[in-house]
Design a protein around this ligand. Sequence first.
Ligand SMILES: Nc1ncnc2c1ncn2[C@@H]1O[C@H](COP(=O)(O)OP(=O)(O)O)[C@@H](O)[C@H]1O
Ligand SMILES: [Mg+2]
Length: 530
Amino acid sequence: MLAITYAAALYGIDGFLVTVECTAERNLPEFEIVGLPDAAVRESEKRIYTGAANCGFPIPEMAAAVNLAPADRKKEGTALELAILCALYKTCGIIPGSCDMENKCFIGEISFSGDVRSVRGVLGMTLAAIAAGKTEIFVPLANIKEASVAETEGVRIYGVPDIPTLIAHLNGEALMEPSCDDPFMDVASPLFGDDFSQVKGQYAAKRAMETAAAGGHNILLIGPPGSGKSMLAKRMATILPSMTREEALESTKIHSCAGMLSDETPYITTRVFRSPHHSLSIAALVGGGKMPSPGEISLAHNGVLFLDEFPEFQKNAMEALRQPIEDRQVTITRAAGRVTYPASFILVCAMNPCPCGYYGSKNEQHPCTCKTKQIHDYLSKISGPMLDRIDIQIEMPALNFAELSTVQPAEPSAEIRERVTAARDLARRRFREAGYKNADTLSNGMMQTDALRTFCALDETCTKIMEDVFSRLNLSARAYDRILRVARTLADLEFCKGGIPEENIIGGQIRKHHLLEAVQMRALDKKYFI
Ligand SMILES: Nc1ncnc2c1ncn2[C@@H]1O[C@H](COP(=O)(O)OP(=O)(O)O)[C@@H](O)[C@H]1O
Ligand SMILES: [Mg+2]
């Protein structure tokens, strides 16, 4: 007898439907799976049979052959077990012939005791099952919240605790309740504990952070210990625009895929702040591993990646970051094939100016004790190509007592976020107007040569200023481009202030003071890195 059920597997962060075909003949105890299963799928046999026996619904002795289609796609992980079990039950009548399997998809791992265990990537797989027309999706109970994110009209999603509960449901003896959450109903304005208003002084650095947020520019904070670098970095996510539903869905899929969702955080609706330690492995940073999983850079997708103590990161880690920063995604190649994960984030880096931390400090209690060569060696740990991907570098001097002891709260994140959001909208309108297809995902920080020529054209006065700055600071061509990008964002921030007249959607001309401020955000080029 032939039985067909449906499962789902993962490819990158997205799922695809898997058809499970099962044939069985009585009296020949044998079991075989075909269709490119990996080691985990083969181990599934043990779990399926033991789990079934231990929960009181043993699979009768029979020769069973299971085919997983499409046969030419690699299927990893244990999520197929529930569907395989259902197919076996169908062939031997434990699930009755009258139960229609065509509209159902089963996702889940079986435990030895017959419980249905959580698996990674449930959201991506559920979305794929729905896209393939399945209207009843069975997922592990522990994953029900993330799966509910995929909820669509006409689709029922069930959280399955164990095998007996599922059998009772499919037999019509005791029906389970489908989940009825729409988690995104309450994508309310984020409630952050951390806020910009807690950061005293550091006006230049805050302005630079606002600019970075508004233009999607990567930023490097340089200052002595205790100047507030980590404090400020941590608050970057609070001034970014609220997430759109699409962004939230995508970020949730990535976290689902990494197995990082829990009952407390079943979905991602606020921008993520990731702060990996410099000792982290390359695979953990960019993604990979035997069972490929998204790394820190993908977990930071749509949010902030903070690299503290930047020079302490290994050379090959920085090397591995370069391409994803450029491409906004990362492709991991392994013997078994390639997967691509999204990785579009704002990079915030922090570092001391020298090994002791006090180079350039005006504080007499803390004179710098480093030798010139030590400072040079420390700074040269950051490769030129890496620095080339950071538009803004800003210095944060230590606060003096008067600044630290003020009780007046500074401007709150919500106000800054409004300006950031307006500037982002302006830039997007400009890209749309110019016919960029993916305008909604673009920001000023991503502008390359032709976009720079179009949107950052300088008038005569500004050209003269750039000429001056160029020769005085001995800038590279790349630094020149970065100044233009940042000046564009500064202009956008200013034009948004008074509301933009319709005819001025392009955002108006970059002016002298925009350029000069952008140069301020690069001055460290000269001071430290030459
Ligand atoms: N600008 C500031 N406003 C308020 N508190 C600050 C500021 N800078 C530093 N601090 C205090 O000093 C602590 C250490 O700051 P931190 O951000 O860790 O410094 P850094 O990362 O530059 O070494 C913070 O937790 C905060 O309590
Ligand atoms: Mg710090």
